[in-house]
Design a protein around this ligand. Structure first.
Ligand SMILES: [Zn+2]
Ligand SMILES: [Zn+2]
Length: 461
């Protein structure tokens, strides 16, 4: 990869140190105790223990750990070499992997899914009273996302006066609120209009929000009524509430050509349930302080006190006991097979498959070789991703600037080999013992690459 910058001025990939993050240390110090204490302390509120939590956390603790294997990268010019650790690829508990996943999603949506039309973010929320049902029956989360699409579809038909038209929607199920609490809601990237039967786009630039909310409310009631969780009396009484607790926000618009805006939006809707940058561990009594995403109204309380809020001001931080913080975070780890990103209407897998098939036929007719799905996937490499996050090129030699190559992989089973290589490179660290929790001590705040999320956030409670 050529660059006009002299080597000395360029930035290079620096391996992150996962063990330096306060969250890593909290997990490694307290997770075993948390699991032991789960039944008596948390199962009433959070439901039965889910084995997926331990599986995900075990893998998270190994994410980025060179002792668990690595790829070797070498410069063909000057023979400089470094190691790249494997990542855990877990959802909902590894900020680093969640961030990579959301970057891949943004690129994939732009390259393969979204049409060149304006989009809006639709955010669908439900009243507090109903949220608990989605915690105990996580299968309802998929139904909630479907209900959001059915609402969009119905609204677009009404607003465009075009029966049978189809909007495109990519829905993201989020289970968390700003303070890591349980708050199931749906973020969706929706075409600002719909496609008619011929595939022509009909713009719909504004909608009647009150009517949309009424449709949404009806569909959520249907889910819970059919499951026997609400009866007609419950529904009748909730219909009478002055503030229904149901809402739809469509205020964020992304123009057709605004690819950067779309990437930021996708990163936002597919982000990790918690942010390392907002987690502060206090020193005095070992509590975790987690603060909200609204710095403008954030008032840092006196350390150890929860007092410092003026009347009427929404609390935008939360103090947690260490085990309570783990309970809050791990409730957002999805079950296996629980899809958090879903495609509907014009963007459904079926409709996209049909379009791709047509494009391939057109390419064949024109004598071109179309890219396979596998080839498309390979275009997004980890190197490109790290470049997106850190604006550095991980495959560029830090000594001479030449392009480096992956020359081999050392798998985790080869423990002796791993130890030998890491010792020779001065990178070997003895594994830290797990638990019991140490004396509280000051922990550094770890900066993470961040996107300006403020713009998209319409659901902070
Ligand atoms: Zn990871
Ligand atoms: Zn080199």
């Amino acid at each position: 990869m050529s660059s006009a910058q002299p080597v000395a001025q360029q930035k290079f990939y620096r391996r992150r140190d996962p063990e330096a993050s306060p969250f890593y240390r909290l997990v490694s110090d307290y997770f075993d105790e948390f699991e032991r204490e789960y039944d008596p302390r948390y199962s009433m509120r959070f439901g039965f223990w889910r084995p997926v939590i331990r599986e995900a956390i075990e893998k998270f603790l190994e994410c980025g750990d060179l002792r668990k294997g690595f790829a070797r990268v070498r410069c063909p010019e000057c023979r400089e070499e470094f190691f790249v650790a494997y990542s855990c690829k877990q959802r909902g508990c590894c900020p680093s992997c969640d961030q990579k996943r959301s970057l891949v999603l943004g690129i994939r949506l732009l390259e393969q899914v979204l049409q060149q039309v304006p989009h809006r973010q639709w955010v669908f929320t439900i009243p507090k009273r109903l949220r608990v049902y989605f915690r105990f029956t996580r299968g309802f989360l998929g139904d909630l996302c479907r209900a959001a699409y059915d609402t969009v579809h119905e609204v677009m038909e009404l607003e465009s006066y075009e029966e049978g038209c189809t909007p495109g929607m990519v829905g993201a199920v989020q289970t968390f609120g700003d303070l890591v609490h349980w708050h199931p809601h749906i973020h969706a990237v929706v075409t600002e209009g719909a496609f008619d039967k011929e595939g022509c786009f009909i713009p719909v630039q504004s909608i009647l929000v009150d009517r949309a909310i009424e449709i949404w409310r009806g569909k959520v009631f249907d889910i819970l009524f059919e499951a026997g969780l609400l009866d007609l009396e419950d529904i009748g009484s909730m219909m009478g509430w002055k503030h229904s607790g149901f809402s739809i926000d469509t205020s964020v618009r992304i123009a057709a050509e605004d690819h950067d805006g779309m990437k930021r939006l996708v990163e936002y809707i597919a982000r990790c349930p918690f942010s390392l940058a907002r987690m502060v561990k206090l020193t005095q009594d070992g509590k975790v302080m987690y603060h909200g995403s609204h710095p403008k109204c954030f008032r840092f309380p006196q350390l150890g006190s929860e007092m410092d809020l003026s009347p009427g001001m929404r609390r935008n931080y939360q103090m947690f006991e260490p085990l309570d913080f783990l309970a809050a975070v791990t409730q957002h780890i999805p079950n296996k097979g629980e899809h958090q990103i879903r495609y509907y209407g014009y963007y459904s897998n079926k409709r996209r498959g049909m379009r791709t098939h047509r494009q391939q036929q057109d390419a064949n007719d024109a004598g071109l070789e179309p890219l396979s799905a596998y080839q498309l996937k390979c275009r997004i490499t980890w190197a490109a991703l790290i470049k997106c996050v850190y604006e550095v090129d991980p495959l560029q030699c830090p000594k001479c600037g030449a392009e480096m190559m992956v020359i081999g992989f050392i798998e985790r089973e080869n423990t002796d080999l791993i130890r030998t290589w890491l010792k020779a490179a001065g990178l070997w660290k003895e594994p830290a013992a797990r638990a019991p929790p140490p004396e509280p001590n000051p922990l550094p705040q770890v900066a993470e690459p961040t996107v300006d999320y403020e713009f998209f956030d319409t659901t902070c409670v």
